[in-house]
Design a protein around this ligand. Sequence first.
Ligand code: PEP
Ligand code: MG
Length: 758
Amino acid sequence: MYVQKFEDLNKSDIAIAGGKGANLGELTQAGIPVPPGFVVTAETYQKFMEDTGINDKVLDILDKIDINDTKALQAAAEEIKSIIIETPIPDDMIMFIKEAYNQLCQRVGEDDTDVAIRSSATAEDLPEASFAGQQDTFLHVSGDEEVIEYVRKCWASLFEARAIFYREENDFEHSKVLIAVVVQKMAIADKAGVMFTVNPSTGEEIALIEGSWGLGEAVVSGDVTPDNYQVDKANNEVINVTISDKKVMYTNDESGTSIKVNVPENLRMERVLSDEELIELTEMGKRVQAHYGEPMDTEWAFERDNLFLLQARPITTLGDAEPAGDDDASVDGEVLVRGLGASPGIATGLVKIVLDIDELDKIEDGDVMVTTMTTPDMVPAMRRASGIVTDEGGVTCHASIISRELGIPCVVGTGDATKTLKEDTGVTLDGKKGLVFEGITEVSEEAPQAQAVAAEAPILTVTEVKANVSMPEAAERAAATGADGVGLLRTEHLMLTAGIHPGKFIADGREDELIDTIADNVQIVADAFYPKPVWYRTLDAPTDEFITLEGGENEPREHNPMLGWRGIRRELDQPEILKCEFKAIKKLHEKGYTNIGIMIPLSQSPAELVKAKELCAEVGFIPHKDVDFGMMVEIPAAAIIIDEYLKIGVDFVSLGTNDLTQYTLAVDRNNEFVAKHYTEEHPAVMKLIERTIKKCAEAGVTCSICGQAGSVPHIVEKLVKFGITSVSSNADAIAEVRKTVARAEQKIILEAARKRLE
Ligand code: PEP
Ligand code: MG
C-alpha cells in the first residue's frame, strides 16, 4: 500500500512506516492524543527507486566513497539527492498521496491544512541506536503539490552525508534501510518540549521535562536552553524547577511559515509550565511508558490548553557502558565556563572552536570540540573529539543525546564557550558537573572510590537478569549493562545479515562456510559475555522473512507463516542446516567457549526434542554432557505437557511469550488488524506461564523468559513471584528489570519474615 493512516499502524510496523510512523500509529491506537495523519510507506519509496531505475545508480555512487573523506562524502550525497529530486514520481503514487492528504483536510475541516512532514527511516528510532535528528523535518507544508514536493525531499534526506555516515558506521546496508514519510497535521504549539519518562542518565523513576516557548523545534535543535523540570512519578510531586533564559523561539509568520524570533523580554525568564501542566504531562508519560512497557523519550506540545504527544521512542541510552572518561574522578583548577552536565566523564584536550560546518576537518583525535550547538552533520567529527562543549541546549538536545550514546563527556548550555574558550588551549571538562577547567589537569583519584561504592553499589539479585541479543554488534553494549548472560541469541538475524539463505550454502556444497559464518558471529557474542552463559537458539526461520535472502526464492508461499514451516519442525525437515549449527557451536566449544548452550525453538512435541538431541549427538556433540541443551516453551501444547519434556531431560527452559501469546489467543503477532487483542497478560497466557515455571521448579530445572514480557517490569514482578529463575530482557530494559526483580525478591523475603512473626 502506498499510504496508511495512523489508525491502521502499530509499533510492529517499522518495516512499513519506519520508527516514527509506527510509533505514531501505536500511540493513536493506544488512545494517546496525537495530531492525525498518515504515512507514505517505505514500500512506496522502494518502488519509486526501483521502478524509475535510479536505485542501481545510487548504489553505484555509494560503493565508491570513503566515508571518512568528509568532502567526497558531501559531494556524493549532493549527487544522489539531485538524482532523487529530479526523477519524476509515477502518477499512481502521486494520486494516492494527494488523496490521503485531501482526506486529512476533510477530516480536520480545513482546506490545504498545514502539515508537518517528517522522514521515518526503517532503521531509525530502533532500540539499538538513537539516530536523533538524522533525517529532515519540514513544517507548515500546505496543499497537495507541496506535500508531494516535501515527501520527495524526505526521500532525498536518506542520502544526507550524515545519514550515509551513520549507516556505514552502524553496519546497516544502504539498500536495506528504507524511508517512510510521516504526514501529520501541525500542532501550533504555544509551548513545547521533550519529556523522558525516567531520568535518562540514572534510570530513576522521575519524569524529566524540558520546555520552552513556541514550537518544539527550539528545544529539539538545541537553539534554546529550555526550562528543566523534574516530577516524582510516585506522587506527582514537582521536585525540581530550573528556569532558563529562553532567548529564541519558533513561531509562525503571517503566511504560516515557521520562523525563529526573539522571545519577548517579559517571557524570557518566565516559567513555561505550571505545576498542573507538569502533572498532566507526567500522567501522560506514565501511560506511554506503561503502554510500551519501557522508559520512553517523548516530544510534546501544548496548543492552547490541549496537550499533544508528537513523538515517542524508547530511551536508547539507559544502562549504557560507563563513558570513556573517569566519571567519578574530581578536577581542581580554574573554571573557565559552566553549563549543564550532559554526558558524564572527564575529558582533556585542546580546544577547537567550530562555528561552521566547513571547519569540522580541524577536529583531530582527542580535541575538545567547542561549538554553538552540534548538528547531525557533525557526528563524524564528534566521534573524534575527546569532549564536547556547546553554548546552547539542554540535557536532551542533539549534542547531549549523541554524546551520551558515543560515551563522550559533554557540557551543554554554557552560553558563551565559543567566545570564552581560546583556540588551541588545553582544557579539562567534567561532563557530570557541567564545568570546563583551564589546562590539561591531572585527575585526582582519592575520594571518588568511596563515593562510587556508596552511590553505585551494584544491585544483586538471585534471579538472573540476562539480555536478548540479535545482532553481534549489539553484544558489547548488552554485556556492558552487567547482564548475567544471554538468555536468547536469535540466529535468524545472523543469517539475515549474512544475506545468503542457509539452504543455499548447503545446496552449493558450502557447508563449511555456513558453519564459519555462524561460528564467527556467535563468537563475538560469546566473547562479549564470557564466561557468562549464552543460549544459542537454533534457527527459527519463517518463510516470509527468509524469502528475501539470496537463494530464498524457493521458500514456500505460506498462508500463515506464523503457523507454518519454522522453528524446530522446519529444522527437522532440513537436518543438514541444524547439523551445521551444532557443528558451529561444537567448534566454538573446542576453542574454549564452553559458555554457549543450545536452545530449541517452537517445539510442539517431546519427540522433536529427542530427534534434535540425536542429531546433535550425531555430530559428536553430546547433549547435557558436552553442552547444555534446553528448549523454549512457545506453543501452548508444550506448556501443557511440560512434564513430559522434563522427563526426557532438558538443562533449561525458556518461555517464548511472544509466540505463546499469539498461539494461546489465536492472534497473529504480525497482523495489525488484531494487534489490540494481543496481550501477554491474558489470564490464559499467565496460567500457562505460571504452570511452566512451577513445573520446572518442582523438577529443579532452570526456567527463564525471553519474550517481550520479560522486558515489562510489572509482568516481571509476577514472574518472580511465580518462582522464575532467570529473566532475559532487551538491553534497554535491563537496568529497570533488574530493579524490579530486586524489589520483588525483597518483597517476598519481607512477606515471609512478617508471616513468621505473626
Ligand atoms: C518468543 O516467541 O517469545 C521469542 C522470544 O521468540 P521470537 O520472538 O524470536 O519468536
Ligand atoms: Mg518465538
